[in-house]
Design a protein around this ligand. Structure first.
Ligand code: AHR
Length: 695
């Protein structure tokens, strides 16, 4: 908007002052724009008027907050842990399994550096393969293979491929689509005099069909990265990558990688598009990573150390994933932060509190006595490691750790706000001592960072009580609670947070789920989630867990999104989570929806998103019969009667399967609202009604 005559400014301001009462923050911005549009920056009269506007707006906000309670604007986020092959073989788009020959028997008894690779020497060729460690690319990546090609057979009457090489079938067959491009790379070190010609191809399982092929010729006696791009000629979900040396000689090879060119937001070393998009579509306010128990690890040597997960992939340290497989750390801290930024979510890293998981070594069988603590003489370095993360994320590109972030391609800070210290640890004296040291150092050096403490793996009990007490004693602003339990618990505990003190630490419900992925489980969670909104003044953050699970590779039964190499099967729980996370507000209104309060299967909430002005109603019926609820919008002005409605409903036992992934989904429609209306909630349902307001 522009005004031609500066004397009109006063009138226009008055007009805006009136509207200030309606949409305060938006209007303040508009007022500012009005001046800037008209080139008015420093007239004293104008500043007085702006001041007046702001005063009136502030009064209006105060009046409004008496009606609407201010709640967390970061309430619904995501929990990401590499469990159930969520990262390698899942969200991380790498197609080669065991790309760096680092698999070993501590991960699975029968695994070794050649697992998921097949040695072969077609065409009557003669050669050898060995796994070596004497001159690796980097100390973090100790194993590589050596191919010794003694003879490349070109026997009479033989017309097929000849050479010595290896084949990888990825994570149960590579999925390729005709016309799709792939980026291939490998590191090689020529150990013989002459260059070695390597054929790289994508093939069918029998090798009869080649979907793509390129040739590489080695040119260095030092480790060198060779790259190549393929276009697949056909589609397949069982392709393998074949590396075949076709000339005589000796060659060291490592870090053999194949990515689809198309990754989420086209990031290199990026994420699988369909899975990443599904998470982005949830519009989470934050993402917690890298776990879960993965964060504190199985034994001290297995703690997740963030510094091992940044920089070029060939320098990252792979390690055993405590869920029984290997983690390449290809999806490391840089990729987590980048993904958060790409989808507008705040990063929430959880760092070990210098102790490992109390269940380490399988001690959950004897009561979880396996917690070990870093020796005190290592604590100074460990505390520094935590502080370095903050510098890496938020420091200027000129700072030592900020420079590493910049070198990786992100000169601007990542705006880290939250940091979790510890994951549902046993609250022992050793834990307490280390937690204090770390949290104190963060508070001293970075008072701007919000530290999140931890309160054990259950909704109550000794560690829960001790964890809360410790955090409150230390004035930690937020505490992480975890609980997995039956759906009935969620119904009967929906008033849990109503009585939490408002003058103590706030809650991060960092892991929760009802045991199961039937609609009934999801609706029980929906009941509970309305109570999280109602208590959004004390519950700051929440995330359902776990998030992703690969079909046939799950260690944890109840998960939000199942997938295989080709497809995705979101659970009813996913739809419920999405209906809440895409409909968040920052103001909570009581007394808008009347229902039968004595019936714990009925729940409802009303929030407003003050940025858009939209009012959002959530009505849940976890009962077996439809139930009427009465909505009164009388307290709201300017509502637009054509609203958007999303409903999920069905049989309590209904679930989604790979055969029928859309058995239970949320359905959108339009819905007319008025200042008072009755809404009949279907049995076993969640309804979200999003009502726009006039600006
Ligand atoms: O979400 C699965 C596991 O449950 C997490 O790793 C752990 O923190 C919790 O016990």
């Amino acid at each position: 908007m522009t005004i031609s005559n500066p004397s009109e400014i006063k009138n226009d301001i008055q007009k805006y002052i009136l509207i200030c009462n309606d949409r305060e923050i938006y209007k303040m911005k508009k007022i500012k724009e009005l001046f800037v549009d008209n080139g008015v920056h420093n007239s004293p009269e104008v500043f007085i008027l702006v001041g007046l506007c702001l005063f009136i707006s502030a009064t209006a906000i105060a009046q409004k907050t008496q009606l609407g309670k201010k709640i967390s604007s970061d309430l619904f986020g995501l929990f990401f842990e590499d469990i159930n092959y969520a990262a390698d073989g899942g969200l991380y788009a790498e197609l080669v399994q065991n790309r760096s020959f680092e698999y070993n028997p501590t991960e699975q008894k029968e695994w070794n550096p050649l697992s998921f690779w097949e040695y072969f020497s077609p065409g009557y060729s003669i050669g050898r393969i060995s796994v070596e460690t004497t001159s690796p690319i980097h100390i973090n990546n100790p194993h590589y293979i050596v191919l010794d090609i003694e003879h490349v057979g070109h026997e009479v009457n033989y017309t097929g491929a000849a050479g010595v090489g290896i084949k990888n079938i990825g994570f149960g067959g590579m999925v390729i689509k005709a016309g799709e491009k792939f980026n291939f790379s490998l590191f090689a070190r020529q150990l013989s005099k002459e260059p070695i010609i390597i054929s790289v191809s994508l093939q069918s399982p029998s090798g009869k069909i080649k979907y793509a092929e390129n040739t590489i010729s080695t040119s260095s006696k030092q480790w060198k990265k060779y790259t190549s791009t393929f276009t697949a000629s056909e589609s397949s979900d069982s392709a393998s990558l074949v590396i075949l040396a076709t000339t005589k000689g000796k060659l060291a090879v490592d870090v053999i990688s194949l990515f689809p060119e198309k990754t989420f937001k086209n990031r290199s070393n990026g994420l699988r598009v369909d899975l990443a998009q599904m998470l982005a579509d949830m519009k989470p306010k934050f993402i917690r990573f890298p776990g879960g128990c993965l964060a504190h690890g199985d034994g001290l040597g297995n703690m997740y150390r963030w510094k091992n997960t940044i920089g070029p992939i060939e320098r990252r340290k792979e390690q055993r994933n405590l869920w029984g497989y290997n983690q390449t750390a290809g999806l490391g801290y840089y990729e987590f932060f980048q993904f958060c930024e790409d989808i507008g979510a705040k990063p929430l890293p959880v760092l070990p509190a210098a102790v490992c998981c109390q269940n380490s070594g399988g001690t959950w069988r004897i009561g979880g006595t396996g917690q070990k603590a870093l020796p005190m003489n290592e604590m100074k370095d460990y505390v520094q490691e935590v502080l370095d993360l903050i510098e890496w994320a938020n420091g200027s590109a000129a700072s030592p750790w900020g420079a590493k972030r910049a070198a990786a391609g992100h000169p601007k800070p990542f705006n880290l706000q939250y940091i979790g210290i510890g994951n549902e640890d046993k609250i022992t004296p050793e834990f307490e001592e280390r937690f204090k040291m770390i949290s104190k150092a963060v508070k001293m050096k970075h008072p701007e960072i919000i530290v999140i403490g931890t309160a054990g793996p259950f909704h109550s009990g000794e560690d829960f009580n001790k964890g809360w007490k410790l955090s409150n004693d230390l004035k930690i602003p937020i505490v992480d609670e975890h609980y997995y339990t039956n759906p009935e618990w969620f119904l009967s505990n929906q008033h849990r947070y109503d009585t939490y003190p408002r003058n103590a630490a706030k809650v991060y419900l960092g892991e929760y789920a009802s045991w199961g992925n039937k609609l009934w489980n999801a609706i029980a969670e929906a009941v509970y989630m309305t109570s999280l909104e109602r208590n959004g003044d004390v519950v700051a953050l929440t995330s359902y867990a776990p998030l992703l699970a690969k079909k046939g590779f799950t260690q944890w039964k109840t998960d939000m999104i199942f997938f295989d190499n080709n497809s995705i099967c979101p659970t009813p729980n996913y739809y419920v989570q999405k209906m809440f996370s895409t409909n968040q507000g920052d103001l909570y209104f009581d007394n808008v929806i009347a229902k039968n309060d004595k019936d714990s299967t009925q729940a409802a909430s009303c929030v407003q998103d003050s940025k858009t002005g939209d009012i959002i109603l959530k009505l849940v019926n976890a009962g077996k019969q439809p139930a009427p609820m009465n909505v009164s919008m009388a307290g709201f002005e300017n509502i637009i009667e054509d609203a958007e409605r999303t409903v999920i409903t069905g049989n309590a036992d209904a679930e989604n399967t790979f055969e029928n992934p859309k058995n239970v989904v949320s359905v959108k429609s339009t819905f007319k609202v008025s200042s008072k209306f009755e809404y009949e909630t279907p049995a076993m349902s969640l309804t979200v009604i999003r009502i726009k307001t006039k600006k």
